[in-house]
Design a protein around this ligand. Structure first.
Ligand code: ATP
Ligand code: MG
Length: 236
């Protein structure tokens, strides 16, 4: 989620790396959370949610998935209205809403906890679910939609297509069980076999774009080596 920003200080212009962080989330009537409840502020790098079974930890992740545009089915529900908190004390709430507060920061190289906020970079993405199973999006309280929210989040490097920024409970095991290296189909190096941990990591890091070129140059290197050996032998 890194970006470049130009920083001007004391007449000197320097390029710095900025990145997006979530400062806090505000859940209102969302699943087990009745009324408005603020979760955060989060640390810039590492925050953990702890609590007994059934206390609402996974519901926090569901809240993120909801704002990031997941459909009811992907949230393990049939209808978005099931997201609205329902309890003996609050049997007839009309909506459930989640706000995710973002800001761009510049990390302090000297201090692991410190950072500078890029002025004016704060923005809030929210989504509200209603009783009639409709939902609406907003960016900074202006009405938005699924497509524009997706574009905004992708423009900040949030990989909504692969969802690798969110590893869910069952997926941890799935990753841990991966073969070290994926299997390519025999006779065709370009045919996609099953991905292994190597391919998975290369995809995340972005080095997968070099794989094909490395194969081309490796073949070229083999050819040149053969020629070289042939010439060395002739000279001998
Ligand atoms: P575990 O440690 O077992 O994974 P958890 O902390 O992740 O637990 P969650 O799955 O986040 O727990 O929360 C489950 C709780 O949320 C349940 O008690 C469930 O009754 C409550 N819940 C879910 N949807 C609603 C709703 N619409 N209204 C009220 N409570 C709800
Ligand atoms: Mg859970």
């Amino acid at each position: 989620m890194a970006d470049t920003a130009v920083k001007v200080s004391g007449g000197k212009t320097t390029k710095t790396t900025t990145r997006l962080m979530i400062t806090k989330m505000v859940l209102e009537n969302f699943k087990s959370y009745a009324g408005p409840q603020t979760i955060g502020p989060f640390h810039k790098r590492f925050s953990s949610v702890v609590g007994p079974n059934g206390s609402g930890k996974s519901n926090v992740i569901d809240a993120l998935l909801f704002v990031f545009g997941k459909k009811a089915k992907q949230l393990r529900l049939n209808k978005v209205s099931e997201l609205i908190h329902k309890s003996a004390a609050f049997p007839t709430l009309e909506y459930a809403a989640v706000e995710v507060h973002f800001q761009l920061i510049i990390d302090d190289e000297q201090d692991d906890d410190a950072f500078e906020v890029v002025p004016g970079s704060e923005f809030v993405v929210s989504r509200t679910a209603f009783k009639n199973n409709t939902s609406k999006y907003a960016v900074d309280s202006r009405t938005s939609n699924f497509t524009d929210v997706g574009l905004l989040l992708r423009s900040h490097g949030i990989d909504l297509d692969n969802n690798r920024f969110l590893i869910l409970q069952g997926e941890v095991e799935q990753i841990a069980m991966m073969e070290p290296k994926g299997k390519t189909l025999p006779g065709d190096s370009k045919a996609k076999g099953e991905d292994g941990l190597l391919e998975y990591l290369e995809d995340i890091i972005g080095s997968n774009k070099y794989v094909e070129q490395i194969e081309v140059w490796s073949a070229e290197l083999d050819t040149l080596n053969e020629k070289r050996i042939e010439k060395v032998n002739r000279m001998k």
